[in-house]
Write a protein that binds this ligand. Structure first.
Ligand code: HEM
Length: 486
């Protein structure tokens, strides 16, 4: 076997990788030691900024196999023929804390899947829980600031996020989910995934439906109680990444079934809430799940930095046949992801192998930092008179979509901030209700009285039993507030 020579990044062979070049045996070190300077300078730049949210994550490669053709609803090429397979890369994450934070915290979990389809990449960028805290992108940076560590102490403070949430009543539904044990999934293999937002699917006749997508783990759903989470965290703060990695290494490939819920635009007014509100779930009883296909994750990354860290998802990365809905949260997200990725990874981040489509890329975008897959050719403009340059294809023109209204800044119709939170609570078993009230009381015990009262009132508005039991657990007398509310 020929042993590879150790070289500098310029390919120059290295004779001694142990000792700096010095004046005399004891030094000082010489500035002319290019090999040392380059080695340190490159090391100094090993980190790129971590994701501003969802920094802690684990990923894996796999395949998505279509079980039922979705031709009736969408012309998306990867959803046409039963049995069709599409390569995927999935990344699961916690949201609030940094890259090496524990994986046992109460926090939504990110569930992102990049489909490398024949008509370009399609990104699913969802969460484990079916609803979100807020319904307008305008509020996202404030929401995240309230949940992130206090800028003075550098630790998360319930008083800060309950202050924000109690003044943001639409968050009540999310809190009713997050403070059950589903707020701490046992691992990444045994959690659900949800698009949260509705998207539009458009078929080859130009007909549009609204859809929400759900991933259901074939491994079953498993969550942790606060006590179980603490016990795991004391021993291992990487348990979810480890679980995913080890299960794939031993050939026990995790699988999720993908389901779609389909809503006819004519039925949008059928509910007591706005179906494009990301603080609302579409209940299965109202809109049934239809099986689409199954994802199996079967290969660990070779290099976490190059794959799991450098992957860039964006809910706006869609393929023909899939369009964003008018959901105001989703609309803000369409901008935010590729913007942060140009900052976090660089303007040519799409040329990295993990992000690069398997489909061919032909266009006139050029240059920028590190364009290592430079598109060549003299004719880098369009239109042009040359037949052998990339041309637009009218078959992919937008399907016109109706829109109406005046330009304004307004809350949506039918905000119904508390209705669904109450319905969800009433469906819980007595054990889950007790879990929720116990977890909420533990957290709210440490917040200012004014915030505590406001939070209890929000839960009371969702469900009388929930509000009363929470007040009791926190030893708060609700009577003066109830008289004001009535
Ligand atoms: C990651 C912004 C709401 C799911 C991110 C990142 C940003 C961001 C900037 C980091 C991306 C990167 O560095 O590559 C926003 C904004 C939101 C929003 C502005 C609201 C307006 C949501 C919602 C969901 C979600 C509602 C779930 C439905 C995710 C996931 C990731 C992520 C899964 C991690 C993707 C990965 O693994 O790389 N978000 N987000 N986000 N977000 Fe959001």
């Amino acid at each position: 076997m020929i042993m590879a020579k150790l070289t500098t990044n310029q390919g120059v062979p290295i004779g001694d990788n142990q000792n700096s070049r010095t004046a005399g045996q004891n030094g000082p070190t010489l500035l002319e030691d290019y090999q040392l300077l380059e080695k340190l300078a490159h090391f100094d730049r090993e980190r790129v900024p971590e994701r501003v949210v969802h920094a802690r994550g684990a990923g894996a490669h796999g395949v998505f196999k279509l079980t039922n053709s979705m031709k009736r609803y969408t012309k998306a090429a990867f959803l046409q023929n039963e049995g069709q397979e599409t390569p995927v890369f999935a990344r699961f994450s916690t949201v609030i804390h940094g890259t090496h934070s524990p994986e046992t915290l109460r926090d939504p979990r990110g569930f992102a899947v990049k489909f490398y389809t024949e008509e370009g990449n399609y990104d699913f960028v969802g969460n484990n829980l079916p609803v979100f805290f807020i319904r307008d992108a305008m509020k996202f940076p404030d929401m995240v600031h309230s949940l992130k560590p206090d800028p003075r102490t550098n630790f998360q403070d319930p008083d800060r996020y309950w202050d924000f949430m109690s003044l943001t009543p639409e968050s009540t539904n999310m809190m009713v989910h997050l403070f059950t044990d589903e707020g701490i999934p046992a691992n990444y293999r045994q959690m659900r995934g949800s698009s949260v937002h509705a998207y539009k699917w458009i078929n080859s006749f130009g007909n549009t439906v609204y859809v929400k997508l759900r991933w259901v783990p074939k491994q079953g759903v498993k969550n942790l109680s606060g006590t179980e989470a603490s016990a795991i965290q004391a021993k291992d703060f990487n348990h979810a990444s480890r679980d995913l990695y080890e299960s794939i290494e031993r050939g026990d490939y995790p699988e999720w079934d993908l389901y779609v819920q389909v809503l006819d635009p004519a039925d949008m007014d059928r509910f007591d809430y706005n179906p494009l509100d990301s603080t609302k779930d579409w209940f299965e009883e109202d809109i049934p799940y239809q099986l689409v296909g199954t994802m199996s994750l079967n290969r660990n990354p070779d290099n976490i930095f190059a794959e799991t860290e450098s992957v860039g998802f964006n809910p706006g990365v869609l393929v023909p046949g899939i369009e964003p809905s008018e959901d105001k949260m989703l609309q803000g997200r369409l901008f935010s992801y590729s913007d942060t990725q140009r900052h976090r990874i660089g303007p040519n981040y799409l040329q990295l192998p993990i992000n690069c489509p398997f489909a061919q890329v032909n266009n006139n975008q050029r240059d920028g930092a590190m364009p290592f897959k430079q598109q060549t050719g003299r004719i880098n403009y369009e239109p042009n008179r040359y037949q052998d340059t990339p041309k637009e294809d009218p078959a992919y023109r937008d399907v016109p979509q109706p829109v109406q209204g005046v330009i304004s800044r307004e809350k949506i119709d039918k905000p119904n901030d508390f209705g669904q939170a109450g319905e969800v609570f009433r469906k819980y078993t007595p054990e889950v209700k007790a879990q929720l009230i116990g977890n909420l009381a533990n957290d709210l015990a440490n917040v200012a009285e004014q915030t505590k009262l406001l939070a209890i009132c929000n839960f009371y508005r969702a469900d009388e039993e929930l509000g009363k039991r929470l007040a009791e657990a926190l030893q708060v007398d609700l009577a003066p507030f109830l008289s004001r509310m009535s």
